[in-house]
Design a protein around this ligand. Sequence first.
Ligand code: NAP
Length: 312
Amino acid sequence: MAMEIRGTNADFGKVVTDGLASEWMKMNDTYRLAGQTVRRIGFGAMQLPGPGVLGPPKDRDQALRVLRRSIELGVNHIDTAQFYGPDVANDLIREALHPYPSELALVSKVGARRSAQGDWLPAQTPAELRSDVEENLRSLRIDQLTVVNLRRHEVDGEANVPLEDQLAEMIALRDEGKIAGIGLSTITLEQLETALAVTEVACVQNAFSLVDQRDTPVLERCISEGIAYVPYFPLGSAFPHFPKVVDQPAVRVVGERRGISPAQVGLAWLLGKAENVLLIPGTSSLGHLEENMAAAKVKLTDQDQAELAKIS
Ligand SMILES: NC(=O)c1ccc[n+]([C@@H]2O[C@H](COP(=O)([O-])OP(=O)(O)OC[C@H]3O[C@@H](n4cnc5c(N)ncnc54)[C@H](OP(=O)(O)O)[C@@H]3O)[C@@H](O)[C@H]2O)c1
């Protein structure tokens, strides 16, 4: 059951650090992810590499500390990709956490690669999906990934790889035991239905937050199917041209009234959507990590929800 928290700005993270991590763990509810039970707030590793998700972090020791602290705070679900860096996020995860806690769900995604300049390019063929899964296993030094998300990357005006061919490869990878569950990312409702006709789906990872609610139909379908829904960009992302949850006046009003941070408002709103919503906020900051984890204790009131409904 969620508990309300109050406090000054300086208290946001302290709520967890002052010996309350175990209490948080008891209170934080969980959901199923490919046969594992994970806490509803996990960690997204995309902010660990350098600016633009390219190259080494500005502060490598800090990146390692963030990963280790996330585990201390109860994270048992980490989202990554070989193309974060590229290679950087996975290498940091291995260095910080291997040998991994037995309950840790390591989730990756395939379907993209980076150019030398950092462009995000499609790598969508079945052969590319397979080699990317194998590269993740090698770099993370594991035999099986809890989930691999097939990240669709469609290019207008080009012959995109048929989803059916990709799903057949993902199913083969699961049959071989290289992945425990198949996830889908950046997919439409129609593509989700196509997938559900041929396979169990462990999770859907699409963009969704207070500032981008266009994916509501997919979320609702996941709720009805009991599929874990893992919104990416839960705070609006680090990319400069995207609207930020923490900048919304309604979010700030609620945060000030409740004595919690704007990020906690945005994360609590997502948690309140449905029990199958699992969060993977991305951060390179210890303070933000602690603050985000403490969002598990925030329960928004009807008054808060009415204020947040003003965000279009
Ligand atoms: N499937 C896909 O295609 C896909 C796409 C994008 C992302 N993802 C996954 O989803 C995860 C989450 O998305 P994301 O990291 O791109 O975006 P996000 O979680 O919406 O936002 C990250 C940004 O928010 C800032 N932030 C984090 N906590 C904060 C706090 N408490 N207060 C203020 N600012 C805060 C971070 O800066 P600091 O570093 O300074 O905290 C960073 O700039 C990623 O890490 C990745 O694992 C998947």
